[in-house]
Design a protein around this ligand. Structure first.
Ligand SMILES: Cc1ncc(COP(=O)(O)O)c(C=O)c1O
Length: 387
């Protein structure tokens, strides 16, 4: 019997090594890995540049605490600020901490400008913002909150992207709207561009902040952020997962205006932004910022999309919808998603479930077209078997 607390329904398999898009099981079987640590190993397994970065940094300095200046942290913050809407970056260790920091920053902003009554956040049904108590009750999914009461107050939920419901919920206590630009756990539901623009407008008209949770989708869509095509500028963006390429790393990006409440002592983290994590975050960014890298993600995403849509046309009774942008994809199925995933695994391909009977596909951004073809072939085989 395992001594690990039983909070995960694990598959009975473990892996001994990984390289790029592939994982190797203990018995030597090779799997096409489109889970990638749940959208985390953005450059695939054991990317040479990341190995080099971690080896180099591990010989210099691992951890010193935020009581001192951390040059690697300064560098990553500057690079993120230079390449995004943000003026300041607050480093964390995970996505849930990044969303919690976002909530705190929004509340503190209104406190600082003399409107402390503005402290409630509008969130959406089907959302997922992490597993800390505030993040849990922000999403308010009964599957995750049951037994963890008392409820953390301060969140008002509305149906996904229902602008009329949002407008009705806004009160003098509302501080912000928080939404995932692409709802990941909720089933790779992309918030359409017009909707993001609409949310920005609602925020501007009602003196609210817009928090776009990009923990799962940042770097994956072929732009730095999924919201970029909409042309709007959010106020706060939590990111994590891919930004550490498989190393625990989260961050909260904010504008100068919204950052004003966050003075020394208002927030902190022992590990957040330590030299080792920052060296890897910088190494991931080296690759992401390479000329044409994100443009190629767009191209590969389009190629994958075309292949998946062909499968949908070929098997309309199995695949209902192809979702996602770039290399964050979902297949909404008409057959049981768990069963579909199991069969894919029999064909040595790994995927991950989401709500709405979706399977999520997270190829690493380094994936090539042959590997995408291999995925298409395996998915096709399972569709055929289930027809
Ligand atoms: C959109 C979103 N926000 C927050 C989180 C929480 O991230 P973590 O598991 O790193 O705490 C997740 C994790 O899946 C997520 O998808």
């Amino acid at each position: 019997m395992s001594s690990v607390l039983g909070t995960y329904a694990r598959k009975n398999i473990s892996f001994t090594k990984g390289k790029g898009s592939y994982l190797y099981a203990e018995n030597g079987d090779k799997y096409l890995d489109f889970v990638q640590g749940i959208a985390t190993n953005i450059l695939g397994h054991c990317h040479e540049h990341l190995i080099e970065a971690i080896q180099k940094q591990s010989k210099k300095l691992w951890h010193i605490s935020n009581a001192f200046i951390i040059p690697e942290q300064e560098r990553l913050a500057k690079r993120l600020a230079d390449n995004t809407f943000a003026d300041f970056i607050c480093f964390q260790n995970s996505g849930t901490e990044a969303t919690e920091a976002s909530i705190k920053i929004a509340r503190k902003y209104f406190h600082k400008i003399g409107k402390p009554e503005k402290n409630r956040i509008i969130t959406f049904k089907g959302a997922f913002h992490g597993r800390t108590l505030a993040a849990l009750f922000a999403a308010n999914n009964p599957k995750h909150t049951e037994g963890f009461g008392p409820k953390v107050d301060g969140f008002d939920q509305v149906p996904f992207a229902d602008h009329d419901a949002i407008k009705k919920k806004i009160s003098k206590h509302t501080a912000a709207i928080m939404i995932e630009t692409i709802m990941g756990e909720g089933g790779i539901k992309v918030v359409p561009e017009f909707c993001i623009k609409g949310l920005r407008k609602i925020c501007d008209e009602n003196d609210l902040l817009l928090i776009l949770d990009e923990v799962q989708c940042a770097y994956r869509t072929g732009n730095f952020f999924a919201f970029e095509e909409s042309g709007i500028i959010p106020d706060i963006v939590p990111i994590a997962k891919g930004i550490g390429g498989g190393f625990p790393l989260g961050a909260c990006l904010v504008t100068k205006k919204v950052s004003i409440g966050m003075t020394a002592g208002t927030h902190g983290s022992t590990f957040g932004g330590n030299p080792l994590a920052m060296a890897i975050g910088n190494a991931v960014l080296d690759i992401i910022l390479e000329k044409d890298f994100l443009e190629n993600v767009k191209k590969k995403g389009k190629y994958f999309d075309e292949g998946l849509k062909k499968i949908k046309d070929q098997y309309p009774k199995i695949v209902e919808e192809v979702r996602g942008i770039g290399l964050i994809k979902g297949l909404k199925l008409l057959v049981d998603n768990a069963n579909f995933m199991k069969k894919l695994m029999d064909h040595k391909m790994l995927t991950v479930k989401a709500e709405e009977n979706v399977i999520r596909l997270f190829p690493p951004l380094t994936v090539n077209n042959n590997e995408l073809d291999e995925a298409i072939e395996k998915i096709q085989k399972v569709c055929k078997e289930m027809s």
